[in-house]
Structure formats: C-alpha cells, structure tokens
Design a protein around this ligand. Structure first.
Ligand code: HEC
Length: 121
C-alpha cells in the first residue's frame, strides 16, 4: 500500500509536469473575464458541490454565513459573478484555479450555492 501510494504520487507528478510543459496557456497567468462565465448553471450535483464547498469555502463562509468572508446566504448573485470570483479571487478571497476546483466541481459548487440562495439562475 505504501509503495503504491508513492508510485501514484510520482505518476501524478509526471502528469502535472507534462501537462504544464505544453502550449503555454494556463499556468496561473490566465486573466478571467466576466463575459466568459455568462451561461446558466449546468450542474444539479448538490451533493458534490457540498463536498467541494466544505473543502474550499466553508472555512470563510461557514454554512454560507459570515465568517472571515461575508454571508452569502440569500444574496442571489448572478452565476457569472460567482464563477469569476472563485476563479479570480477578490480582496481577501483567494483565487481557486482549475488545478484546485475543476470546471465540473465549480458548477457543482454553484448548484450547492443555489440551495443557500447565494446564486440565482
Ligand atoms: C480565505 C477566506 C475565503 C475563502 C476560502 C472563500 N472566500 Fe468567498 N469571500 C471571502 C471574502 C473576504 C469575501 C469578500 C470579498 C469582497 O467583496 O471584498 C468573499 C466574498 C464571496 C462572495 C460574495 C461576492 C461579493 O463580492 O459580495 C461569494 C459568492 C463567495 N465569496 C463565495 C465563495 C466560495 C463559493 C468559496 C469557495 C470556492 C469561497 N467564497 C471561499 C473570503 C473567502
């Protein structure tokens, strides 16, 4: 088991190394625009969204309420704004790139945020 884990980590590191050596796009220099995020919610995977939220958002927005960040409950933000903010960060809110939250997980987080009233379709 221990050996398999080490091997898995090495294989993962190789994939990452090759992934980044390619085209030169991405790599943390991407500038996101609000326009590119203007589309309706694409996920209904609230359960997955809750997991992702617990890992990346809960610390500052506990249950959607005020923590280190503001309360987002029933704020009804447009999805594009929330997508942009998660990808770009804003003030004390860190950016979460696709290396941390995949596009699918980002959509799942929005599905969960909708249950808090934080996002309005
Ligand atoms: C390190 C703390 C921190 C983490 C982690 C964090 N946020 Fe925030 N969040 C903030 C702060 C601070 C603000 C206020 C930013 C501002 O407007 O100045 C904020 C604002 C927001 C807003 C409101 C938009 C606005 O500007 O009024 C939303 C929605 C939001 N966060 C969602 C999320 C989601 C979803 C995650 C997880 C992917 C997350 N946040 C992770 C600190 C955090």
């Amino acid at each position: 088991m221990g050996k398999n884990l080490v091997f898995g980590l090495l294989a993962g590191a190789l994939v990452i190394a090759f992934g980044c050596s390619g085209s030169g796009s991405g790599g943390g220099t991407t500038a996101y625009t609000l326009e590119q995020f203007q589309f309706p919610l694409t996920s209904k995977d609230v359960a997955r969204g809750e997991e992702v939220y617990a890992e990346y958002c809960e610390g500052c927005h506990p249950g959607g309420e005020k923590g280190d960040g503001p309360s987002i409950v029933n704020e009804g933000y447009p999805p594009a704004k929330v997508r942009w903010q998660i990808r770009s960060g804003l003030d004390d809110m860190p950016a979460f790139g696709p290396d941390k939250i995949s596009d699918a997980d980002l959509e799942a987080v929005l599905a969960y945020a909708e249950t808090l009233g934080a996002v309005k379709r």
